[in-house]
Design a protein around this ligand. Sequence first.
Ligand code: URP
Ligand code: ZN
Ligand code: ZN
Length: 463
Amino acid sequence: MKTLIKNGNIVTAVDNYVGDILIDDETISLIGRRLDVQADRVIDASDKLVIPGGIDPHTHMELPFGGTFASDDFRTGTIAAAHGGTTTIIDFAVQYKGESLAQALDHWHRKAEGKPAIDYSFHLIITDLPDERLPEFKRVIHDDGVTSFKPFMAYPGAFLVDDGTIFKALSAAGEAGGLVCMHAENGIVINEMIKRALAEGKTAPKYHALTRPTKAEAEGTARAIAIAEMAGAPVYIVHLSCHDALLKVKEARDMGLPAYAETCPQYLFLDYTRYEQEGFEGAKYVMTPPLREKWHQDELWKGLRMDDLQVVSTDHCPFCFKEQKELGKDDFSKIPNGGPGVEHRLSLIYNGGVAGGRISLNRFVELVSTAPAKLFGLFPKKGTIAVGSDADIVIFDPKAEMTISAGTHHMNVDYNAYEGMRVKGVTETVLSRGKVIIDNGEYRGTPGEGRFLKRSTFGWKSW
Ligand code: URP
Ligand code: ZN
Ligand code: ZN
């Protein structure tokens, strides 16, 4: 099967030109100007951007949290992702206490089986690391292609692990070419602040934010970087939300340390005032880290521009407002943490970033596709438009506008955090390994055709 995409404005992290792309089955086979070739299908991309499929390296499909499960599974969540121009996700598999790393991966493979509409991979959440388990890192990195891990400094009693465990994970992963993704917050201090707030009768959603100050995130970030330095390993800070934490990453990078970080659209577009809304509305924004005061947003955009932040992921972890968020009606600490986002990342970042004059078109592609592909061992198969790369391609209309709404989104959740927001820049058509899965906004794929991706090691020393 040959597909020809004609006359598009092809944009990668470094290019911007008008051209044609010939796809042979799953792969890009030729790129040129006015290609005179036969194809089974021709797509006219005149006046459209043709960009590499988005890579969202931070999702939680069906994550167990606070007595419930994130409401998107690998079918609904990946169809929603595809609608928004994301063609690869990296989801977080959970290692339960007592499980080997291989058992944890097995469990997540079974969860995903037959469901993903797009290609996918796993990071591994580490909760239990006796010394005899350390050799398993080499096996999962080299044999299973799972090359990244997430220990948590937060959520005591659930995911939190101590600094010794974090040091061991960083050492074992780093030595085998893996990358540790850190949830960096001082969860022990936060836990005391939560107990104190509840004892004072402070139960409303806003206390979720007020008991998780930016200092707790900055302290966790600095500690994660220091432990990584002691372990001689790189570290990637996930869902960075505030200026205080960004300064710690910037300082480390200025010193030449291999410290990397992502932020997410919620921290670029939403702010603390959401928690001050009437009644229980604020529960929709109970996520960790919480939304911050608005002034942090400019600093995060600056971080994205200056490469102190390398990636925009979503941390997609939706819970329905009715029934799920309501578990914390009388106690904010029982509201399941997380929010929806996998569907609108490209439109939000294009609108706020490129149309908003904050970042270039090339930087946009780099943040949502190329940099995650490089950091997580998928480049150049994914994350760019080049001969030999997978034909994961998004035809994106930079002039079209849409209003984000739960009434029209495809995520399996009963609200949208960006409800009513008008954005410029809409995903029109999406190809996943050469197959059109979104055709002018309509899903034409088959759940289950997404493929598990074994990833390469993280070659930061040769960058
Ligand atoms: O609130 C969030 N972020 N929920 C998902 C779990 C995590 O910490 O990433
Ligand atoms: Zn986290
Ligand atoms: Zn997360």
